[in-house]
Design a protein around this ligand. Sequence first.
Ligand code: NAD
Length: 253
Amino acid sequence: MLLTDKIFAITGGASGIGRAAALEAARHGADIAITDIAPVEAAAPLLREIESLGRRALYVQGDVSKPETAGAFMAAIKEELGGLDVFVSNAGICPFHGFLDLPKEILTKTVEVNLLGAFYMVQAAARMMVDEGRGGSIIAVSSISALVGGEFQTHYTPTKAGVLSLMQSTAIALGRHDIRCNAILPGTIRTAINHDDLSDPTKAEAMMARIPLGRFGEAEDLAGPIVFLGSSMASYITGASLLVDGGCFVNLQ
Ligand code: NAD
């Protein structure tokens, strides 16, 4: 039990990596707060599962790209759960598209959700942690593509590089408050976000060929590393970038 009686909040927790991380944190003894753009019905089975573990579950529907969502989420966490120990910025979108004809709307939306949304949320979570004065852990879900780029992700990879850089800078800004900030860099994980790409046998085979462990990741493969970084087991880790990619990055070098 790495998070006994801690309060663990995550964005984009209704599905995929966020869902798996929320459940694993509850298994490790944390109360869970989730915000997601999906309606509460989408998360109802997850919330029931968290409660069946004897932990409290709070769900606030919201769009992370709207600055007011961050304030509303933190206020609900304070009122319903009483504080915040671990915050995970995970919500993201990845609409694959070519570079030369990329519509401005896709660019703007991707930046607003992935980068500005992460900034608003991390800033609000940090403010709450600083006010409470008991330290904390902030984790942002970046991507291996922040390091290697991607032909159909020219609008996405800069947002993920930005999130990585945000964690490096906030690690410096918040260290004196005993708040640790780290980035997780997933490789190719089988979730809704890349379902279409992985359903294409040619693309899937090309991606698989680069992964030394010989399989795509599952959302659950990210859950343990997120809980670890949130816990006191990682008490001297801040400003770090943890690749969770089956060895893909080292194989690309
Ligand atoms: P997913 O689509 O299953 O989960 C994303 C979640 O974010 C969904 O629940 C969705 O409703 C929510 N969301 C989307 N836009 C939102 C918004 N504006 N406000 C609030 N919530 C919003 O995909 P996932 O793979 O679990 O993605 C989680 C994170 O992992 C993302 O930031 C993604 O960029 C990152 N990532 C995923 C992979 C991968 O291969 N799956 C690789 C690298 C990074």
